[in-house]
Design a protein around this ligand. Structure first.
Ligand code: AMP
Ligand code: ZN
Length: 664
């Protein structure tokens, strides 16, 4: 082939592959087989390798992701990226329509579309080619994440159409489909890694990754909903969406032209139900004034366009029958009331059980037998009972009381704070099994092959009654159990033996002393160096460690005051586990200078402890979110204004688990 012929061939291949990609990913109507696609891609890759002069950053071969980058440049937006004003009820929408109607003389219509719950991205195209993709950042400037954007298969790299202006900006939302989100979380679980809270966080986190190849594997999607530029071939929002579709974008499914509030409401009612079967998370709808000239007249406030309004869907709530209440005993003996419900569909999944949290909450709900209860998903994840329909209560129904004895071992319960505990840590079955599960987990002793089922089996066969028994197990004990064989039995025993090398801090964590999480265990281990000194330490000595509060110290004292625990530790010592620090080089400055804002409540720390811990690791805690903040560390029920501020500034929102990973 001559060079000219090579060039022609490369161009033809790129065109065909682009077309194939569009039909497959955007239209979901492939007309090329996977085999054919792969073969063409391979041919193109070879030609591009042999003729580097024809390199093109927008070639279909670049979808797999280029080389890792060390950071993202901050770039000023040509048109600021604003937020949307929000309403939570129809009255607000009505008020908004009245308000803007007074501001302009002309009649106008609306374009109503779905509000996708992802992260926004602004893409600049020059001569139809994608040149730059920016995150929202603080609205004025954002991060240049073009290398990551190029891996998004539903984001066109080259626009098709004869009416594309020289320069256009297409803004929209980067998302991860629910299916993909589940797939990624399953994979994380399989690898023993932390799972993501929701698809939006995952999409946001993914766009900030510095390795485009990892981004490509996450299979993000892009939906376009705003077209900006001079000399646009359209003059309404509705036509703009049509145009975007024509140019190769995936646009909000669906969208309508509306003349009045009634039509807008129909759309809201319709999608309020349909959204649960929709492949992407949506958190509302967006109403936009349709005509661009009217939009221009209405203009902008400092924060948002006056011509658009988001309507947020209310959290879904269902009424269902309470069948019974179980009291579950956890690893630390904590007893949690759980409602068994008549199965009900809620936000896309069937819910049969919902937490009742604790006694106080049960009292507040005033729960009676056979009640009809309202369930909601907290943060769209854990179902909880939020209320009772008292009008449906049968006369004479008995109130449901919290129990006073352990439902499993009948030990009297002890109240601490808002919770009740079964203090029988040595023979209460669910506690023991959960302790063993915790002990073998990856972050503790890291023993492989001992999942909950096998642990249950070993327990039922009387082979283990506590964690020390693990070290007496032999291949012969295991190999004949159901589901095991010589090979897996050997592997398990080998892994148990290997765990004897786990360092003191992991052993201390593995013991499962209440409130002693990974971080506390690390701090305590490096301070006391061995278990004997820790056993003799007073509460004052323990709290002298930066980051360790009284709650933890008291809990440690309680633990060591139990002779059963001392006996257990002695057996583990004899088995050869590490109860002292060998080499000492884990001094910590993992967060050097990073600024954190903390919001919500946390599992492993009080707010004060968390602050201490961040400082201990070299980070700083600031009180409000600004563009200088590095992370918003969000616990349970974080402040909504902090969250939205962080989102609007593109500041990563991390969970407690993410944080623990950071300082691991
Ligand atoms: P919020 O993130 O709740 O402040 O809502 C505003 C954001 O909604 C915008 O910045 C966009 O990222 C996002 N959004 C999702 N779908 C749309 C849409 N169809 N039109 C405009 N914005 C949208
Ligand atoms: Zn018990």
């Amino acid at each position: 082939m001559t060079k000219e012929e090579v060039k022609k061939r490369i161009e033809a291949l790129r065109r065909e592959l682009r077309e194939g990609n569009y039909k497959y990913y955007v239209l979901a109507q492939p007309d090329m087989s996977d085999y054919e696609f792969d073969r063409k891609l391979e041919e193109l890759q070879k030609l591009e390798e042999a003729f580097p002069e024809f390199y093109d950053p927008n070639s279909p071969t670049q979808r797999v992701g280029g080389e890792p980058v060390s950071e993202f440049k901050t770039v000023k937006h040509k048109y600021p990226m604003l937020s949307l004003e929000k309403s939570y009820n129809i009255q607000d929408l009505k008020d908004w329509i009245n308000r803007i109607s007074k501001l302009v003389d002309e009649k106008f219509t609306f374009c109503v579309e779905l509000k996708y719950d992802g992260v926004s991205l602004s893409n600049q195209y020059i001569d139809k080619k994608l040149v730059q993709s920016l995150t929202r950042g603080d609205g004025i400037s954002g991060d240049d994440v073009t290398v990551n954007a190029r891996t998004i298969k539903t984001l066109p790299l080259v626009l098709s159409g004869s009416d594309v202006p020289n320069e256009v900006f297409v803004r929209g939302e980067v998302m991860i489909s629910r299916e993909n989100f589940d797939r990624i979380n399953k994979e994380q679980e399989r690898k023993g890694e932390t799972t993501y809270m929701n698809a939006r966080n995952l999409a946001a986190g993914t766009m900030k990754l510095l390795d485009p190849k990892t981004v490509a594997k996450r299979q993000l999607d892009f939906v376009g909903y705003i077209l900006i530029g001079n000399n646009l071939p359209v003059n309404t929002q509705y036509d703009a969406l049509k145009k975007l579709e024509e140019w190769g974008f995936f646009v909000p499914h669906d969208y309508i032209k509306a003349e009045n509030l009634e039509q807008i409401m129909d759309f809201i009612l319709d999608w309020g139900v349909k959204r649960f079967d929709f492949p992407y998370d949506t958190d509302g709808i967006v109403v936009k004034v349709n005509e661009f000239d009217v939009q221009e007249k209405l203009g902008y406030t400092a924060k948002s366009p006056r011509w658009a309004m988001a309507y947020k869907f209310p959290a879904e709530r269902k009424l269902t029958k309470l069948l019974s209440v179980d009291f579950q005993v956890g690893r630390t003996g904590k007893v949690t009331p759980v409602a068994n419900l008549k199965p009900v569909m809620l936000a896309g999944t069937v819910v049969k059980r919902a937490t009742l949290h604790n006694e106080d909450n049960m009292k507040k709900l005033d729960l009676h037998e056979d009640d009809y209860v309202y369930v909601e998903k907290a943060g769209e994840i854990i179902p909880q009972v939020v209320g009772v329909d008292k009008s449906k209560r049968k006369p004479g129904a008995k109130p449901i009381k919290f129990i006073d004895h352990c439902p499993v071992c009948n030990t009297p319960l002890i109240k601490q704070g808002a919770d009740y505990f079964c203090v029988n840590t040595t023979t209460c079955e669910p506690q023991i099994k959960a302790q063993i599960e915790h002990f073998v987990s990856r972050k503790a002793m890291d023993i492989e092959g001992l999942g909950p089922e096998i642990i249950n089996l070993l327990y039922q066969h009387g082979l283990i009654h506590n964690v020390a028994d693990l070290y007496d197990l032999k291949v012969e004990d295991l190999k004949d159990l159901e589901g095991l064989g010589e090979k897996s039995a050997k592997n398990i025993i080998e892994s148990i033996q290997k765990s004897k090398n786990q360092p003191f801090e992991k052993v201390l964590y593995a013991l499962g002393i209440r409130h002693v999480g990974e971080v506390a265990a690390k701090l305590i281990a490096s301070y006391f160096k061995n278990i004997d000194r820790l056993m003799q330490a007073s509460v004052e000595e323990i709290t002298a460690i930066k980051g360790i509060g009284e709650k933890i110290a008291e809990s440690i004292k309680t633990y060591f005051s139990n002779p059963d625990n001392i006996a257990l530790i002695n057996r583990l010592k004899q088995a050869g586990l590490q109860f002292e620090i060998k080499n000492e080089d884990n001094i910590i400055d993992k967060l050097h200078g990073k600024k954190f804002v903390i919001s919500g409540t946390f599992e492993h720390f009080s707010r004060e402890e968390l602050k201490k811990n961040i400082e201990q690791n070299g980070g700083k805690v600031v009180s409000s979110v600004s563009k200088n903040t590095d992370f918003l560390l969000a616990g349970d029920k974080p402040g909504p204004s902090k969250v939205s501020k962080a989102e609007s500034l593109g500041i990563p929102i991390i969970s407690e688990t993410n944080y623990l990973k950071m300082i691991e």
